[in-house]
Design a protein around this ligand. Structure first.
Ligand SMILES: NC(=O)c1ccc[n+]([C@@H]2O[C@H](COP(=O)([O-])OP(=O)(O)OC[C@H]3O[C@@H](n4cnc5c(N)ncnc54)[C@H](OP(=O)(O)O)[C@@H]3O)[C@@H](O)[C@H]2O)c1
Length: 257
């Protein structure tokens, strides 16, 4: 897909990877960007950065757990600024804990935003894309959607689920001329990971590197876009020798109570 002259909706665009993706799409010549997240002030700051590039920007200050409000806002955005050619489902949350000390409220939040939030936006946008027989959807999973690691069980579960969701939709929506793929960042320097205990030996990526990988993946129509050589090595190792990967993960995992 060539983003030039196209309209894209990016969730989680107020900061981190979503913000970097929005900026990169603008630099690549997008015509209009719709930016969704809760924090209106931060969204406005990102919008200011993008407007100077000559790109039309619309901010959608929304909480993805508010299904009705999200559906109404997307319907209005499509009517006023559509059609949307590209949807990037990037909003997400992560909680780190040993499973035995995990809190139900954290697990519920991960499921509500990472899965149900993605479902809500995708359903609303995909129906409209299907009607116009054109579209591209990218769901942001994680390397932890391929290789699950101690202390991140429920986060990993949501990211594995996103890959299943993505694969099923890819098959189902292809007859409507809608491409569906997944972006799998590895550890990236954003607010999300600042308070987490990090895994050993993992090379930290920048949000810009993730955004560049997305642009390349859009160009090459990759169904699953891995970011960086470490991710490719981890996925390959997990496929060839899963027992070895599990041992490595155990040693590399942070020792938290
Ligand atoms: N950072 C990493 O190492 C890493 C690695 C692999 C995958 N990922 C994935 O990449 C995506 C982006 O992560 P990030 O690192 O950029 O995290 P981040 O810096 O914490 O940003 C998360 C984004 O999600 C939005 N968000 C959170 N809850 C929301 C809600 N209820 N409604 C609407 N928007 C909401 C936040 O905006 P507001 O707070 O303004 O609502 C923010 O824009 C996530 O799906 C994450 O799982 C990250």
């Amino acid at each position: 897909m060539n983003i030039q002259g196209k309209t894209a909706l990016v969730t989680g665009a107020s900061r981190g990877i979503g913000r970097a993706i929005a900026l990169e799409l603008a630099q690549q010549g997008a015509k209009c960007l719709l930016l969704l997240a809760r924090d209106r002030h931060r969204l406005a700051e990102v919008a200011d950065e993008i407007t100077v590039l000559g790109v039309e920007v619309v901010i959608l200050p929304l909480d993805l757990t508010q299904t009705v409000a999200v559906n109404i806002a997307i319907a209005q955005a499509w009517r006023d600024h559509g059609p949307i050619h590209l949807l990037v489902n990037c909003a997400g949350v992560a909680h780190q804990s040993t499973f035995l000390r995990s809190h139900l409220v954290d697990v519920e939040e991960e499921i509500a935003i990472n899965l149900m939030g993605m479902y809500t936006v995708t359903r609303s946008v995909a129906r409209r894309m299907a009607a116009q027989r054109e579209g591209r959807i990218v769901n942001v999973s994680s390397l932890m959607g391929k290789v699950a690691a101690p202390t991140m069980a429920t986060y990993s579960a949501t990211k594995f689920a996103i890959l299943g969701f993505t694969q099923a939709l890819r098959g189902e929506l292809s007859s409507h001329n809608i491409g569906v793929s997944a972006l799998l960042p590895s550890l990236t320097d954003t607010d999300m990971v600042r308070d987490l205990a990090w895994f050993q030996w993992v090379k930290v990526m920048t949000p810009k590197q993730v955004a560049m990988a997305l642009i390349e993946g859009l160009r090459s129509e990759s169904p699953e876009i891995l970011v960086g050589w470490q991710s490719r090595l981890a996925v390959w190792c997990n496929r060839i020798a899963p027992w070895l990967m599990e041992r490595i993960l155990l040693i590399a995992s942070p020792q938290i109570e």
